[in-house]
Design a protein around this ligand. Structure first.
Ligand code: B12
Length: 309
């Protein structure tokens, strides 16, 4: 826990890990290998990290997401890390006069229209580096997909351009997910979509959000038959099944599938349902939780930890 002393605030290794997204194991390993962070110790020997340590660790975490290796950044000072992140932001392709610097939806859409794969990749990486993973999801990836959907419907983007964007985004999100470790007392969540539902990007985004919050994630991919979701939940010993429903899915079919899942999933497994298409689903009955914002996911996780973790 953070302890408010008279002169400075300090954090336990668990809290420092949660605030920075870097696992306790990694923090201890860096201390041995790179000489940072070296926290103060309580009389009992427990590590106590300072606010400055945590700020520096947050920047290191962002630099790693941007593709740097630990040996290139862990031992760097706060100032050098800030310089690195500013330089990273400047790697962005030239900015059009009508836009400020930093990640730009208009620019990435133009890159998609130009089939510029490297450009799209760089823009995505730069957006992660500048915004950090959470804001990348909320403020960049989600609006980007909505925009791609609009441009596609209006005939400005072809199906292959939409597919390419989806794949590049999936690769970027997966690379980020791989960097997080499961926190103690957090649930393991199986993520999938219902039969005939091919929209899987919502799943990837929720997976990253859950991983950032320390939850374990098992991605089953889209379009899963109901009996397989049930058997996967048991075989993978998950605590929660998370289903993503897009606006393209027919509500009546989704309702039926959710009813069946509720009947057949093991009692101790919770069912969470999200995605734009789940807004229209009436709560079929007790036992299913509809989550329509990242705050709602946070609340559900906190509740799970409190009651079951
Ligand atoms: C990419 C895409 C595709 C790709 C999907 C590729 C992939 N790997 O995912 C492909 C090409 C497969 C596709 C196919 C189709 N698509 Co499409 N697609 C899109 C597009 C552009 C993006 C979808 C997306 O990922 N959205 C963003 C996600 C991240 O948002 P989200 O699902 O709401 O998720 C967020 C939250 O809700 C939450 N969340 C999501 N799931 C969960 C789950 C849990 C447990 C929790 C807690 C939270 C949570 O977290 C997410 C992050 O914020 C949208 C445009 C749009 N506006 O969304 C069209 C769109 C959804 N598609 C559309 C259509 C029509 C189709 C097709 C019917 C087209 C066709 N004629 O074949 C098919 C249907 C295929 C099928 N059977 O499912 C329409 C739907 C319109 C409607 N009202 O019905 C849209 C809106 C495009 C448009 N503007 O017309 N599509």
């Amino acid at each position: 826990m953070a302890t408010k002393g008279t002169n400075k605030q300090q954090y336990s290794i668990r809290v420092a890990s949660r605030l920075t997204g870097i696992s306790p194991h990694t923090l201890r390993m860096w201390e041995r290998r790179y000489g940072f962070p070296v926290p103060e110790r309580t009389p009992g020997g427990a590590r106590r990290y300072s606010v400055e340590d945590v700020e520096r660790l947050k920047l290191i975490s962002r630099a790693l997401e941007a593709g740097y290796r630990p040996n290139e950044v862990v031992a760097k000072s706060l100032e050098s890390l800030e310089e690195i992140m500013v330089a990273q932001a400047e790697v962005l392709p030239p900015t059009a006069p009508d836009h400020g610097s930093g990640p730009s939806l208009d620019r990435i859409i133009r890159l998609v229209e130009d089939d510029d794969v490297e450009g799209i990749r760089n823009e995505l990486r730069a957006a992660v580096a500048v915004l950090g993973p959470k804001r990348f999801l909320n403020d960049f990836a989600h609006p980007l997909l909505v925009k791609v959907g609009e441009r596609w419907r209006e005939g400005h983007l072809s199906v292959r351009q939409e597919h390419l964007t989806s794949e590049l985004l999936t690769t970027q999100i997966r690379a980020l997910i791989a960097g997080y470790e499961v926190a103690q007392g957090a649930p393991t969540v199986l993520l999938t979509t219902l039969p005939d539902e091919l929209h899987s990007l919502g799943l990837q985004m929720v997976a990253l959000h859950l991983a950032l919050s320390g939850a374990g994630v098992r991605l089953l991919g889209p379009n899963a038959p109901i009996p397989d979701i049930v058997s996967a939940a048991a075989a993978l010993e998950v605590d929660v099944v998370g289903i993503s429903v897009s606006v393209a899915a027919p509500a009546s079919a989704s309702r039926g599938y959710i009813e069946t899942l509720l009947d057949e999933l093991p009692r101790k497994v919770e069912l969470w349902v999200g995605g734009d298409g789940s807004m229209d689903l009436m709560e079929p009955r007790k036992g299913v939780r509809f989550l329509h914002s990242f705050d709602a996911i946070e609340q559900a996780l906190a509740e799970w930890r409190r009651t079951r973790g």
